[in-house]
Every structure is written in C-alpha cells, then in structure tokens.
Design a protein around this ligand. Structure first.
Ligand code: CA
Length: 228
C-alpha cells in the first residue's frame, strides 16, 4: 500500500486531497507545517510527499532541500503545490529537488494524474514504465538503451542519465545546477561546463542537425529543455 504524506497548512485543501487519495486506496498522513512535516517524513518514510511551498515554521523549498540531502529520504518523490505559477518559480521548485509541480487552484483529477505519474516513474515502484519516447526516439530504461527508429544509438552512462532526465521533464527548463544534481549527484564536484559538453555529445548523437538542435533546446542563461 502506498503511503502519501501531505504537508499543507490550508486545512480544507489538505482534507480534500487526503479524502481523494484515500478513496483511491492510498494511505495518507498529513502535517500542517514544515517542521511537523519534516518530522513525519523521517518517521513515516512515505512513498510520496505532497508539499505546499508557503508553510509556517519551515517553507517547502527548504524542506525539500533537507529531504534531498538525507540519504534516508533523498529518493522520495515530491510534488509541490503552490499558488505561484511562473516559469521562474517552476525552475526554483524543480531545482530544489521536487519531481513535479501543481499550481493552485487545480482540479482533483489533475492532481491525481500527477500523483500517479510521479509514483510510476519513482525508482522501484511496481509497474514503473520501462520506456520513454519522443517521435522516433525510444529510451529503454531497464535495458539502458536508446533507439532511433530501429537503429540503436550507443550512449555513455552519463549521456543516458542526462537524456532520461531531460525526457522525463519534457517542455520544462532544467538549469545546469539541477542537471548536475540529478545526473552527477549532490556531492559530486563537477564544473557546470561538464553539462554543456555532455549536451553537445548527446546532440551529435540524437539531433538531425546538431548545429541547429530541435530536441534539446538551449534556454539562454538558464539551461536546457527537451522538446517533443
Ligand atoms: Ca500554504
């Protein structure tokens, strides 16, 4: 049974989400502020955290960073809830280590779809999808292989991880910092240009015209975005 921890100070919203998730068979635990939330993360070790950004005592972004730094909790997927929805906030949210982002107000159906999607791609979740695709590209996650039409394209380990991260976040700008964190890991000391170099190598392998990339797009001053 999957356990979801909801950290949200708006009680009516927390109740609504909890009811919905329970009716779908999830076990739900709730917390009304950031510090209580963090305590429950450590105690319950949930399969998913639904986290409001604006919280009393400890805000959602700080909480996410703490959860991500602790090896006991760093793997737990996080969906952030927030009233703000500009792209900049989205980047900040994802950069802090969230897996997805829902902008208030949202429909319960949409929320549930995000929950299912995030849990599906969480490592070790039964029924996790093995494949991701975009046009003629097909990524086999367990086999760690990439195909373009029927032809296999050989990738290095880091190229594979990088492409997986980009394709998981189609349409979302990922900063170099976020990519470094997700692909190279938190404690790994690498120069940000490493990301650019790997992006260049990937482009040479997957773009029809590497000098005019259409799949991995550069967002000047921010990072990279994968386009379908
Ligand atoms: Ca709030």
């Amino acid at each position: 049974m999957s356990k979801v921890l909801i950290i949200e100070d708006e009680e009516t919203l927390a109740l609504k989400l909890a009811d919905k998730l329970r009716s779908e068979g999830f076990t739900v635990v709730t917390a009304g502020d950031g510090e209580d939330g963090l305590e429950k993360v450590r105690e319950v070790l949930p399969d998913l955290i639904v986290l409001d950004i604006m919280l009393p005592r400890l805000d959602g972004l700080s909480l996410t960073r703490i959860v991500r730094r602790d090896t006991a909790t760093s793997h737990i997927p996080i969906i952030m809830l927030t009233a703000r929805g500009t792209e900049v906030d989205k980047i900040v949210g994802l950069e802090s280590g969230a897996d997805d982002y829902v902008v208030k107000p949202f429909a319960l159906g949409e929320f549930l779809a995000r929950v299912r999607a995030v849990m599906r791609r969480a490592p070790g979740t039964p029924g996790a999808t093995d494949e991701m695709s975009s046009n003629d590209l097909r990524l086999s996650l367990t086999g760690r292989r990439l195909f373009k039409d029927t032809r296999e394209i050989k990738l290095s380990n880091k190229e594979f991880d990088l492409l997986t991260e980009l394709m998981r976040n189609k349409g979302v700008v990922l900063s170099r910092d976020l990519i470094l964190t997700k692909v190279w890991g938190y404690d790994y000391f690498v120069d940000k240009r490493t990301v650019d170099v790997h992006i260049r190598w990937l482009r040479e392998k997957i773009e029809d015209d590497p000098s005019n990339p259409r799949r991995i797009v550069t967002v000047r001053g921010v990072g990279y975005r994968f386009e379908d």
